[in-house]
Design a protein around this ligand. Sequence first.
Ligand code: SF4
Length: 309
Amino acid sequence: MFTEEHLRGLTAYLLETAADLDKASKKEPPSTPLPIADSILIIHRRLPVRAILAPELTAYKEVVRVAINNNFNCTPEEYRQLDGFVMANPTSFFFVNCNVKTPALLTLNDHPYKAVITLNPDIVVRENEVSKFYSLKRERVAFVRVKYIPDSQPVVELIQELSEARYPVVITKQRFNSKVSLSRYANLRDYQFQGNKAHLIGKALSEVQALADTTPDVYICDRRGLGCQGCGLCSKLTLGQDLKVTSLNMSSSGECKFNCVDCYAKTLQNFLRKKKIPTCVMIYDVIHQNEKQAGRTEHIKKARAALAA
Ligand code: SF4
């Protein structure tokens, strides 16, 4: 039974906590005590756990994908820095992006953040990595990312297994930088070079689309080629709302230590380094929309023009 005494105790605790938070954020505490409901809301909005407690209490304006050009390595420094971003941006919903090979992956269980886990970063499916993923608390997983290549039974089985286990799956169609890397994993006839990347085409493309259409809760990243604005899965599957998607690469994460096959981010970073534009290699600690999120890439412009024609 919740008595008046409990309520008084709770009010005092909330006001004290609010004052502490104000001190920590160097804001002046309110001169007159706030009504209890307002105090609860203020504290709720500032706590990193707010997304887990009750996301509907916060009027979010954007969803921030953390570690878009690097990897969230789940280190104490990264959690600390992310907590700071969460407190400073009360109307932004943050989720982290991790490779299943991240050594400290399971520490996600001890923090309030939702995560997107890439389960087969090297394209091949490894049983030990998949079992490690299953040790994560269910509520920490926003969705799983699986890299797809045609004619790979292990990849198809993994997608079906995750769907049966009721995890939302977002398929990323693997693109390749060269015929050499492509030939290691797939057949040249299923790909076509557009710009400097080989993209899945024809029957193989129809097959992956049919797989997504016939398997519950399985989606394809940027299926319509319209970029994040035309897709929105990063927002819908993490927060359940269709909001603007932005990104953040934290300096505490640094550059990604993995070497995934023809990684888009690494390819871009190497290109910028070669061109001697080091300031653009990685933009740290700024919440912003990248080209795909802002709809500025050539493939998005072409897809939009085709739709309008
Ligand atoms: S297109 Fe953008 S919003 Fe959609 S799944 Fe891919 S990264 Fe997320």
